[in-house]
Write a protein that binds this ligand. Structure first.
Ligand code: ACO
Length: 153
């Protein structure tokens, strides 16, 4: 018997244990929210260039973007825009979401505005309040996902 404290560090054996623990939680704690984090990633020549990790709240039809980044030497080449478009398409067509919310870092507000996010929150408060945690040091921003637009080709 041993006791370990782990995070998602990329070691295969650790990943297997973490998924096993997640399955135990899902069976033993059935009232725990089912939705957990998902990541859309940009992979080039089998290496990850960047990605967006988000939490879909299926019942509320919105997703919270937790992390979004492109590796330093590949920024401002358009990957961030294409990544966001793939996220929108997946979130709409697979998760059935209509909106995204995110706490954007000050220096990333310009990027999010170019991706269609606004500082005005139009989503009714009862759809998201109590779901996403307050987080100081970021600006809450919203994006409505177009119901029909083909975001990717
Ligand atoms: N501020 C203002 N505008 C920006 C920024 C920025 N930080 N980053 C990109 N843009 C603009 C680009 O100039 C471009 O404009 P254009 O369409 O007029 O040419 C447009 O946004 C799209 O640029 P991309 O090349 O698609 O963006 P990129 O691949 O660099 O990805 C990202 C953007 C993810 C912000 C990347 O620069 C990055 O990883 N930055 C550091 C980490 C970061 O700040 N992440 C967001 C934190 S907030 C959060 O995670 C919830």
């Amino acid at each position: 018997l041993k006791f370990v404290c782990l995070s998602n560090d990329g070691v295969d054996e650790h990943m297997v244990w973490l998924i096993g623990l997640k399955n135990i939680f899902a069976r033993q704690l059935p009232n725990m929210p089912k939705e957990s984090h998902k990541s859309v990633m940009v992979i080039r020549r089998n290496l990850v260039v960047g990605g967006i990790t988000y939490r879909p709240y299926i019942s509320q039809k919105f997703g919270e973007i937790a992390f979004c980044a492109i590796t330093a030497d590949e920024q401002v080449k358009g990957y961030g825009t294409r990544l966001m478009n793939h996220l929108k398409q997946h979130a709409r067509d697979v998760d059935g979401l209509t909106h995204f919310l995110t706490y954007a870092d000050n220096n990333a507000v310009g990027y999010f505005i170019k991706q269609g996010f606004t500082k005005e929150i139009h989503l009714e408060k009862d759809r998201w309040h109590g779901y996403i945690k307050d987080y100081d040091g970021g600006i809450l921003m919203e994006c409505k996902i177009d119901p029909k637009l083909p975001y990717t080709d």
